[in-house]
Design a protein around this ligand. Structure first.
Ligand code: AMP
Length: 361
């Protein structure tokens, strides 16, 4: 039986072995915990800093049993873990945070936006579409261009296509481009900036929100984040309210990333939620006393949440592909903190690490 707060010396299970799992394991170690990683990857970034490694598919019953035997609580670094795997762990008596229901809410873009609207959070207009005919109808309703996305398994701008006109040809072309999969049609957000907010909810319902971050994407992939973003008190309060509505609505435990569109009229719409630590929160590692990784570990372990205010201004830049080869030059910059993920193979566009460049607030 797990009791909270979880004492140091306990083991925290993590589903997923990527860089987020690696940085969670590092934060957990700092608080005296061991980490057990379950990943299908033979040689993952997280495995090399973990106390226990289970290499298997996420829904492998024997692997889930082995994880339940070693871990006192289980969390995830990857939102596309089958919700059934989390349910199996919960049934085996291991507390799981975030819950299977919270993960499921974020796994399907239609369910996600319906949930958001249901708790009073604004999104672009959207419609589910299972064929080109429905795509065309939604494009006519919302006004082209509209964005077509696969309902599930999309990330870093993959599985997305613009529908330029509300015509049969445009709709068919976009639907074919995303592989003819069940889709969502989204009205175009006419945003002035992309922002995000990282927030946490503890086991007792306490909520802590980090300052807003401003994000810049290239080809659908996060290029850089600047934080704290320059925002009015009104905008900050709006973001904090949105984060609280989402966290409470999901009865969430842990850290969540919320991607926002800032509209000209000052309204914030939610693009998507990530039920995990988030790339746009990496700035907190060097900009805050307690970063998003430690905050997540504190939340799932039932510890008090830490402070979230900024101590420095941070420009976070992702190191994609061969950019990581500049590590020696970057390490020589006094204002730059280098974070590398230990990935053995450099591939074009692959997230290999990031840097946080600091300047005084
Ligand atoms: P996503 O995979 O949903 O995070 O989308 C990736 C990027 O595409 C976002 O960061 C935006 O730059 C852009 N994008 C997504 N949805 C919309 C939308 N409805 N309208 C305009 N741009 C969008």
């Amino acid at each position: 039986m797990t009791t909270f707060p979880l004492p140091p010396g306990s083991t925290i299970g993590v589903l997923g072995g990527g860089q987020l799992g690696r940085m969670l394991a590092q934060a957990a170690a700092r608080l005296g915990f061991d980490v057990a990683i379950l990943t299908p990857d033979e040689d993952s970034p997280a495995s090399r800093v973990a106390a226990h490694i289970i290499v298997a598919e996420y829904d492998d019953p024997a692997a889930l049993k082995a994880l339940a035997a070693v871990a006192q609580v289980v969390t995830t670094e990857f939102e596309n873990v089958p919700a059934a795997a989390l349910r199996a762990l919960a049934e085996a008596g291991v507390p799981v945070a975030p819950s299977a229901a919270a993960l499921a809410a974020a796994q399907d873009r239609v369910t996600e936006k319906s949930f958001l609207n249901g708790v009073g959070v604004g999104t672009v207009p959207f419609a589910a579409a299972d064929d080109a005919e429905a795509v065309k109808a939604a494009a006519a309703e919302f006004g082209a261009p509209v964005l077509l996305k696969t309902r599930r398994d999309g990330y870093d701008g993959k599985g997305q296509a613009w529908v330029e006109h509300a015509t049969d040809a445009s709709a068919a072309e976009a639907f074919a481009a995303i592989g003819g999969k069940p889709a969502i049609v989204e009205g175009r957000a006419d945003f002035v900036r992309e922002l995000s907010v990282i927030a946490a909810r503890g086991r007792d319902g306490e909520i802590a929100v980090y300052p807003l971050a401003e994000n810049h994407h290239e080809n659908g992939v996060l290029r850089r984040t600047s934080a704290p973003a320059k925002v009015s008190a009104k905008l900050r309060e709006q973001a904090e309210r949105i984060a609280a509505q989402i966290l409470s609505g999901l009865d969430y435990v842990g850290v969540i990333g919320v991607e926002l569109f800032e509209l000209k009229d000052g309204r914030l719409l939610v693009n998507e939620i990530a039920p995990r630590v988030h790339n746009t929160g990496h700035w907190t590692q060097d900009g805050c006393e307690v970063d998003q990784f430690e905050q997540h570990i504190r939340a799932v372990a039932g510890w008090p949440l830490g402070p979230t205010h900024a101590l420095a201004h941070v420009e976070m830049v992702n190191l994609l592909g061969e950019e990581v080869l500049a590590w020696a030059k970057l390490a020589a910059e006094p204002e730059t903190r280098v974070h590398l993920y230990g990935k053995r193979e450099v591939k074009a566009g692959r997230k290999m690490g990031h840097v946080n460049r600091l300047r005084p607030l």
